[in-house]
Design a protein around this ligand. Sequence first.
Ligand SMILES: NC(=O)c1ccc[n+]([C@@H]2O[C@H](COP(=O)([O-])OP(=O)(O)OC[C@H]3O[C@@H](n4cnc5c(N)ncnc54)[C@H](O)[C@@H]3O)[C@@H](O)[C@H]2O)c1
Length: 185
Amino acid sequence: MRGDSAIPGADTPGSLRGQVAGKVCVVAGAGSGIGRAIAIRLAEEGGMVLCADLSANGAAATAGQIAADGGEGLDWVADVSDPAAVDAMVAAAADRWGGIDVLVNNAGVNIPRLLHEVPDEVIDRTLDVNVKGQIYGCRAAIPLMLARGGGRSRYAATARPPPFTPPSSPACGTASSAPAPPGPS
Ligand SMILES: NC(=O)c1ccc[n+]([C@@H]2O[C@H](COP(=O)([O-])OP(=O)(O)OC[C@H]3O[C@@H](n4cnc5c(N)ncnc54)[C@H](O)[C@@H]3O)[C@@H](O)[C@H]2O)c1
């Protein structure tokens, strides 16, 4: 499956081809949805992928799919709102493959509610996962990326209000960004 020209868009400008082979990738929130698709795609492109998720079953299923496709994946359970767990997640990839090149901060929660109805615990959880989790990931990964001359960090979050939210009412979602470390790769 790796390097297979059947990968949609693999030969078009902007393709990942050649950029991921041999790279160590950590995908947080790899247990389902977009994160699973990202993890599988990175592995198809020749990356070694730590598939991290709050859900042990989800992480294992993604890593299992990668293995079934002939790629290299490792499942890992982590709650990205826990800084120690994020440190351990990144360290696990570095211990296994010698460093880290790519961090995909995809883990996120999106609890569709009107802002004026959001309870404190939902606000806290959303910020802890969607904002702090991304910062924790970068904080853990950037020193290891810099040690290899650079790396890439990518984020996924939701800023668009859910469809049933009135246009005048901000939704309980977050978007965040952080600078990627400098470097050629
Ligand atoms: N689906 C969309 O239309 C859409 C649009 C814009 C942004 N996003 C964002 O993209 C990301 C993925 O979306 P999705 O639709 O694939 O969602 P999803 O719910 O299918 O996947 C999110 C994954 O993150 C995991 N996760 C949740 N909290 C976690 C935590 N604290 N620690 C570790 N893992 C955790 C979940 O177990 C799940 O496997 C989210 O951040 C979401 O906000 C999604």
